[in-house]
Design a protein. Structure first.
Length: 598
């Protein structure tokens, strides 16, 4: 075996052929170590192997140096892919840049349109404020305020105010004389701390040296530059200091509670309204005095008042309040002392107990009147609790009040429904119908039985005697339209009760002021002028006839009855006092207008 290996190693042809068959064209770097893993051959045949290895090493570099077509094609493909990827990335970048430019252009256009709208709104607000300030009341308020505080005439402080370059507006706090910056990053030391610094501010030429680069000083001058003009156009209108002066004038009120921060804001409403019938808050000073009086008397309610306190007997301040029920607060010294005690305690605890009552109601005049009314009510309740006859009289009086309030509410509801019906009917939009929509013109509605009885299912209407038939027909048209509209709406609860026409109201009653002549019945005029000598003069002061109305288009309202026309023929002076608005004589020969013209 050793001889064959030696012969193969010495044969150059065998070595070349075996090399071609065993190694590929692209030789790896692991081929050389495979020839060195035969230590026994090197030991036995070291000269021959040395020659063979030397010859093989001389031939191997030639084999390695041959270029490979597969490797070149792979490199070219890789370069082509890299170039294509680079071109795709550049195209994507170009597309993104174009998309960003397009969106920036659209955004700038929207911002320009928005700024234009805001500028128009500011101009409109400035015009409205100027028109409001030209009124008499505001002129007096502004004049008195300017005379009291002449130092607050400037719209902006003279001293420079630091503001961020990106923000162009600064807001004013009510009650303050200095603008508050919207950017909280700037320290507040740059603003004047008091009014003295505000008046003694340095001139405009003096500018701070150590100003940050991100802050831009804003100055107010009489001759602004173009940059300052654009900045001033973005700034709030110069009407805002007027609102600030109003706050300062309102702060000097007669009440001692002017230091409260709640009163320095927006003006409080006149009277707070209850949310619903479950709302038990104390909203008025009358309610507050009544509750406070019962609280100081040591009672939970006024259903059982204590006995009268003897006059002249001293009462310690630690004891509950007691009154002499037979006398008023002016007749009794003891009642006057109790009144002073109650009002002083009420003023001391008003913020804690009655915070919903406006502060302006806690003045001396209002408190005195409210206490007198409350004490009168308590005296009446005490008498009713001690005397059954007085209690029965009070119950009947309260019952009558409830009935009157209920009927008044029905009148208001009827008036509202007829006003809504008139808005839907365009035929009755003439000004001559305005006088018919007065609360006194509405007929009253009464129940057919006791108001507390559950079997009452309809209401009886009692119209006024002075109403003409044309006015009654006009109301019927409006009520008919209201019923048609109400039939399509869902009913809540039991719905409206049915109405039944009853007798006219008894007694003499004049129409309200502002009625037209067509609304007054001539038959009623004929009847009443025989009873009252000065009736025509009193009625003439109440009638107001607007523009002439063509009644041809309102034939559905009809015409006055024949007996009223006969009454008019018998008493022509009434026609001279009341001009009629009947239809033309060529269509209605028997009209009162034709008689008046002849």
């Amino acid at each position: 075996m050793g001889s064959s290996e030696l012969s193969d190693a010495l044969n150059p042809l065998f070595s070349h052929s075996s090399h071609k068959s065993s190694y590929p064209q692209h030789l790896s770097h692991h081929s050389t170590p495979q020839l060195q893993l035969q230590p026994h051959a090197l030991v036995e045949h070291s000269p021959q192997l040395h020659v063979a290895v030397t010859e093989f090493q001389q031939q191997s570099p030639a084999v390695r140096s041959r270029p490979s077509s597969t490797g070149l094609s792979a490199v070219q493909e890789l370069l082509r892919i890299v170039q294509a990827t680079k071109e795709a990335q550049e195209a994507e970048c170009q597309r993104r840049l174009a998309w960003e430019r397009e969106h920036e252009l659209k955004h700038s256009e929207r911002e320009a349109a928005l700024e234009k709208q805001v500028q128009e709104l500011r101009e409109e607000l400035n015009t409205l404020r100027q028109s409001i300030t030209t009124s008499g009341g505001n002129a007096q308020v502004s004049t008195s305020t300017m005379s009291s505080s002449p130092s607050i005439q400037l719209s902006t402080p003279v001293s420079p105010v630091m503001q961020h370059a990106s923000t162009s507006q600064h807001t004013f706090i009510q009650g303050s004389s200095f603008p508050i910056q919207s950017n909280p990053s700037f320290p507040s030391e740059t603003q004047p701390p008091s009014m003295e610094h505000y008046h003694q501010s340095p001139p405009i030429s003096e500018r701070p040296v150590n100003m940050p680069t991100s802050a831009v000083p804003i100055y107010e001058s009489h001759d602004p530059t173009p940059a300052s003009r654009s900045e001033a156009s973005r700034s709030p209108p110069p009407v805002k200091p007027k609102k600030r002066r109003k706050v300062e004038s309102s702060s000097s009120s007669e009440f001692s509670g002017g230091s409260d921060s709640d009163t320095l804001g927006s003006p409080q409403p006149r009277v707070s309204r209850r949310r619903n019938h479950h709302d038990k808050r104390c909203l008025t000073v009358h309610h507050a005095i009544r509750l406070h009086t019962i609280r100081l008397m040591g009672l939970e309610h006024d259903k059982m008042l204590p006995d009268s306190h003897p006059e002249g007997t001293p009462l310690d301040s630690s004891q509950p309040v007691r009154f002499v029920w037979d006398k008023t607060s002016k007749q009794s010294v003891h009642n006057a002392r109790m009144k002073t005690r109650i009002l002083d305690d009420l003023k001391e605890n008003r913020r804690r107990l009655y915070k919903h009552v406006p502060e302006r109601e806690f003045n001396k005049k209002t408190l005195d009147a409210a206490f007198d009314q409350c004490f009168t009510t308590l005296r009446q309740k005490f008498k009713g609790q001690r005397d059954k006859a007085i209690a029965e009289h009070d119950r009947s009086r309260d019952k009558n009040k409830i009935i009157k309030a209920r009927r008044l509410q029905r009148k208001k509801a009827k008036l509202d429904s007829r006003v809504s019906a008139r808005l839907r009917l365009t035929a009755y939009e003439h000004s001559t119908f305005d006088g018919a929509f007065e609360l006194e013109c509405m007929s009253s509605e009464e129940s057919d039985a006791d108001p507390d009885a559950p079997q009452s299912r309809y209401l009886i209407t009692h119209g006024c005697r002075w109403r003409s038939k044309r006015l009654v027909k006009f109301y019927e048209k409006l009520d008919e339209d209201d019923r048609e509209v109400g039939a399509t709406k869902p009913k809540r609860g039991l719905g409206k009760l049915d109405r039944v026409t009853g007798d006219l109201k008894p007694g003499f009653q004049l129409p309200p002021k502002g009625v037209a002549s067509w609304m007054v019945s001539r038959r009623w005029i004929l009847q009443e002028q025989t009873k009252h000598p000065d009736f025509n003069e009193a009625l003439q002061k109440l009638i107001r006839d607007p523009q002439e109305l063509d009644w041809v288009h309102l034939q559905s309202l009809g015409e006055e009855s024949e007996d009223e026309q006969r009454a008019q023929h018998q008493h022509p002076p009434v026609m001279n006092m009341m001009p009629n608005h009947h239809m033309p004589p060529q269509q209605y020969e028997g009209s009162s207008l034709q008689y008046a013209l002849t």
